[in-house]
Design a protein around this ligand. Structure first.
Ligand SMILES: O=C(O)c1cccc(C(=O)CC[C@H]2O[C@@H](n3cnc4c(=O)[nH]cnc43)[C@H](O)[C@@H]2O)c1
Length: 234
């Protein structure tokens, strides 16, 4: 059993098969929920929760749902649109998280950014359900969808400059995408002893702000297509 050294919470349950029971999908906004529901096609094993924008809202609403749900969940999935790091995840493609990282959780120092891990206050990294993430990535690929398996960063502020994009890449060189909720959803799930996944469709490139270039329609379509596969795989 994995035991988190900082909180003494059980963060994984070996006797509960991930995805074998009810699955909670947490999105941030209503259009994401609609895309997910279209993809899931009325499959009653899934509940889709709009958790709001940002890690705090997402964590609070996920935790409340997990604490009050009448039937227990076996897996939590954070899903939605995201920014893709150039060269890793292009607009319209999908990213399945290999790890969920709160990339701005820490302290600024004269020598640069210091993560909470380095500060000794827990971890900014949450491990996903590895085998399931790999299986899902393979299934998406087999379905002909462009997909990348890499870390997804959680940030409070959407990146809007090339300088910030470079800084994040220096911090987490293998980063594939950034969004705003994954870490909050993941902490709520792990705190309830549940495994977590994050899947994102890419609406825009991480870099200089250009909202006009965000391809929401393509991203929602990709999210819908991914959820069709999720339904078959889980
Ligand atoms: O216009 C904006 O700058 C803006 C600020 C906050 C949220 C949004 C949304 O569209 C909300 C949806 C959701 O999208 C995720 N997202 C999409 N692209 C990015 C990105 O490049 N960096 C971080 N997050 C992104 C995020 O999870 C939002 O909750 C628009």
């Amino acid at each position: 059993m994995n035991v988190d050294k900082n909180t003494e919470n059980s963060w994984a349950s070996p006797d509960r098969e991930a995805g074998a029971g009810r699955i909670l999908v947490v999105v941030s906004v209503q259009p994401e929920k609609e895309a997910v529901l279209r993809g899931l096609g009325g499959d009653s094993r899934f509940d889709v929760l709009v958790g709001g924008v940002g890690s705090v809202a997402a964590a609070a609403r996920t935790a409340r749902r997990l604490a009050t749900a009448e039937s227990g969940y076996s897996l939590v999935i954070c899903a939605g649109i995201a920014g893709g790091f150039v060269g890793q995840a292009e607009v319209g493609s999908l990213v399945v998280a290999a790890e969920i990282i709160a990339a701005d959780l820490g302290a600024e120092t004269p020598d640069g950014f210091c993560s909470v891990d380095e500060l000794g206050f827990g971890s900014a990294r949450v491990q996903v359900e590895d085998k399931l993430a790999s299986r899902l990535t393979e299934a998406l690929r087999a379905a002909g969808l462009p997909v990348c398996h890499g870390p997804i960063l959680t940030l409070s502020t959407v990146t809007g400059t090339a300088a910030t994009a470079s800084e994040l890449k220096a911090r987490v060189p293998e980063a594939a995408a950034e969004a705003m909720e994954g870490y909050g959803v993941a902490i709520a799930a792990k705190d309830s002893g549940l495994p977590v996944l994050e899947i994102r469709s890419i609406s825009n490139a991480v870099g200089p702000r250009n909202k006009a270039a965000w391809r929401m329609k393509e991203a929602f379509e990709a999210l819908e297509a991914a959820c069709k596969v999720i339904r078959e795989v889980l």
